[in-house]
Design a protein around this ligand. Structure first.
Ligand SMILES: [Zn+2]
Length: 182
């Protein structure tokens, strides 16, 4: 049996997984400076046994609960930086809403990354549903998303976050204050 590499981080940073109980949970923490927003901390945990994954993002400074609205109308808008915490609700009107909750992830991405995630989810519905109507609806939404990602169709993206840890970082984004979460 080959000797284990002592630099393998799995050797000393494995924790117990809250889902399957195996001692195979890897924790990751990183910080990142986001221009025009500030410093954010990224956290994630991934279990190599059951594939449980949770990630989140938190701002260094306390920010107000906010609603960001961006109208995507060009390819350049797709590159706009997005910080989305696990407590954010992402509304893509007439397409989908990403809701917060225990299964919700937090991450730093761009508008295209958000649309890509939505597209992947709708593709999974298209490929697994037994309902013809649902499959057709999924196909229509995928077509719409592709047009938006090619900058051919306008689309609003709204991110609401009562924790204040989310943002759409563009001077074209409309920012409104929201009520704080309890
Ligand atoms: Zn696990």
């Amino acid at each position: 049996m080959p000797e284990k590499d002592p630099t393998d981080p799995g050797e000393f940073s494995s924790h117990q997984c809250p889902v399957c109980g195996a001692k195979s949970l890897q924790l990751m923490e990183a910080e990142r400076d986001i221009p025009y927003f500030g410093k954010v901390f990224l956290f994630s945990m991934t279990c190599s046994s059951c594939k449980y994954h949770k990630s989140d993002v938190e701002c260094d400074s306390k920010k107000d609960p906010s609603r960001y609205t961006l109208e995507i109308g060009s390819e350049a808008d797709l590159k706009v930086r997005v910080v989305k915490s696990a407590e954010a609700t992402v509304k893509i009107p007439y397409i989908t809403t990403i809701t917060p909750g225990p299964a919700s992830q937090g991450y730093v991405t761009n508008v295209e990354g958000i649309l890509q995630r939505v597209k992947n989810e709708i593709e999974a519905v298209r490929d697994t549903t037994d309902d013809d109507g649902e499959r057709q609806e999924a196909k229509n939404l995928i077509k719409k998303l592709i047009n938006i990602m090619w900058g051919k169709q306008k689309q609003k993206v709204i991110i609401e976050d009562p924790s204040g840890n989310s943002a759409i970082i563009s001077d074209r984004a409309i920012v409104e204050k929201m009520k704080a979460s309890k």
